[in-house]
Design a protein around this ligand. Sequence first.
Ligand code: SF4
Length: 482
Amino acid sequence: MTRYIQGSDRSQVTLLPECLDDFIAEDNTVRVIDAFISELDMATLGFEGTSPALTGRPSYHPSVLLKIYLYGYLNRVQSSRRLERECQRNVEVMWLTGRLAPDFKTIADFRKDNGKGIRNVCRRFVMLCRELKLFTQGTVAIDGSKFKAVNNRERNYTPGKIARREREIEESIQRYLDALETADRTQSVELPAKTERLQSKIQKMRQRLQELKEIKAQLETQPDKQVSLTDPDARAMTTHSMKGTAMVGYNVQTVVDTEHHLIVAHEVTNTGSDRAQLGKMALAAREAMGVKQLQVLADRGYYSGPELKTCEDAGIAAYVPKPMTSNARAQGRFGKEDFIYIASADEYQCPAGQRAIHRFTTDEDGLQVRIYWSSACTSCSMRDKCTISDYRRIRRWEHESVMEAVQGRLERQPEAMRVRKSTVEHVFGTLKHWMGWTHFLMRRKVNVATEMSLHVLAYNLKRVISILGIAETIRAMKMVGA
Ligand code: SF4
């Protein structure tokens, strides 16, 4: 044994550092957590329990519990029971809390009851980054990713799923009834036992049918005709990674700056599509970054006329590619891009060189759409390549110039989509890796939003530490005052 590196004698106390601070190196991340949270005004941020109750058992100060959570989310320990254990055995947490060890219920209740405060701390950290001049380029990338909810897929219902289940159950009941009849006819020796078994199965199936009926009634009250039984706010959504199947979860939107890859804004939604998110997220990012000029990069899932117009009206330059959804193009005919709009005359020039003029305007889901066609279509030699009707109709939204401006901008900066991809996509990979590729721990959207804020706060803190270093981060936090 003498040839091996020897450990210390457990009973020899004098070899250990005499104070807790000696265990924590100067460049330990917990020093940043401590510096950041110690500078926060917890009452202003909306935390409960910032003034101690005059009677009863003294409680923990919210900053102690926030330190535990931030430490936990930075170190992939998110569950309250595991955090309770860390408080008892982890020297870094002992240093952070002054050896306080709240029980898991206290830890869990803090996260449940202080969602507003936690979300404000996350915003405060982004403001701190802004004060540290970390957002100077004014370019961000937006993306959404689906995160699993506590709700299992089996406990999420849509009208189609209920109809399918009812059909399957009715088929099963019929099968059991047939089996009963056969058993009755053949009068086998085990008839009583078999009859009882089959009757019990039929009874269970009928109960299940009744449950489905109740869920169906609940479905009718839901605007999106979906019910999730474990987490009522979670929704079934399709994902790229699970082709053909749906995940029950939340669609988390994030806005990431292209300079330092910090998350400047995020939101938890339960809408599977990204189409209605662009304007809202871009405005939130601009406010968080405190910039006047903002460039926003997003993928085709965000392409929506009204959303692009919201950005344009707010002076935000959006870069969003147009989805390739033209039926005519897919069927080998001219696409809309083959028609040139002549703004001065408010007409289209078609591939045959003819002019399509404005005929009428129609309302489509609240959008005013102008319809154009040319009188020359009926005698056109290219009609086979253009339309299957008598006339090729060209549709133009009244604010289509906004979309043309976006397209023009994108053509001038073809690298925009590469920048988008390299900025925002790995952020989701990192967050999911930290979560352990599992589901959120809490139910309901408001609680899931709190969880996400803690993830984002931990992510941003880690990024700032890697940009500035531990000492500089602590110095900057003390200087600007978190
Ligand atoms: S069919 Fe009509 S719109 Fe199409 S190329 Fe011919 S004239 Fe132009």
